[in-house]
Unconditional design. Structure first.
Length: 222
């Protein structure tokens, strides 16, 4: 019932994630990201927020994505009803798609990014999402947030969640910037609304204010 994307931008050190679903509050349920550590998407027929919390904690401790995935999924007898994608700070990616999730379902692991989804209207939702993110790398002037939004839009155009979408979210973190965490929790066009929020958050006056708040690299900035 959800499609998601995790990505590392090596040029800036940004780690980003984005997701949309036909249910409520996809940002709270699905996405986790910590600057310098990695990102996680936990979703599925019986999504476990506990998976997300544990996976992020392990990434913060410096564990690799593949090891995090194994540790989290192997310990859970209900793993076949869940889906997990993990991206570490080095661009390593790993994913689990339980067989009891609703079709269409799956994941695609690529260089520095990973897409995953379940309860999709078609398998092309994931392939188009992946292709959009790959192709946008060659477009001058696009930042990670724009690329994530384009990928969400491509997934929606390719068929989306089987039920359509009701919520969408994006989160981007990096050591020298304030985190960007935007969520549309219930809307008839959540991806469109999310893009509007992103444009507001990355232009003045809001973007000016975020340049004076503390960051990991400058925790006392004001």
């Amino acid at each position: 019932m959800t499609f998601s994307l995790l990505a590392l931008d090596r040029a800036t050190g940004s780690i980003g994630c984005a997701a949309a679903t036909g249910n409520l509050a996809v940002g709270a349920w699905v996405l986790r990201a910590v600057a310098g550590a990695g990102a996680v998407a936990t979703q599925g027929l019986s999504a476990s927020s506990l998976w997300g919390d544990e996976a992020v904690a392990r990434l913060v401790r410096g564990e690799r994505a593949a090891d995090v995935l194994t540790a989290v999924t192997d310990a859970d007898s209900g793993r076949d009803y869940r889906q997990l994608a993990v991206l570490d700070a080095q661009g390593g990616a790993a994913a689990w798609t339980g067989r009891s999730n609703e079709d269409k379902k799956g994941h695609i692991i690529a260089s520095d990014h990973i897409v995953a989804g379940n309860w999709l209207s078609a398998e092309t939702v994931l392939t188009e999402m992946d292709l959009s993110f790959r192709d946008s790398a060659s477009v001058a002037g696009l930042d990670l947030g724009e690329r994530l939004l384009l990928a969400l839009e491509a997934a929606a155009a390719a068929g989306s969640d089987f039920r359509g979408t009701l919520s969408a979210a994006i989160r981007i973190v990096r050591p020298d910037r304030a985190p960007l965490d935007l969520r549309v929790d219930y809307d008839e066009a959540p991806i469109h609304r999310l893009r509007a929020l992103y444009e507001m958050a990355t232009t003045p006056p809001y973007s000016d204010w975020t340049r004076q708040v503390p960051t990991l690299e400058d925790p006392f900035r004001c």
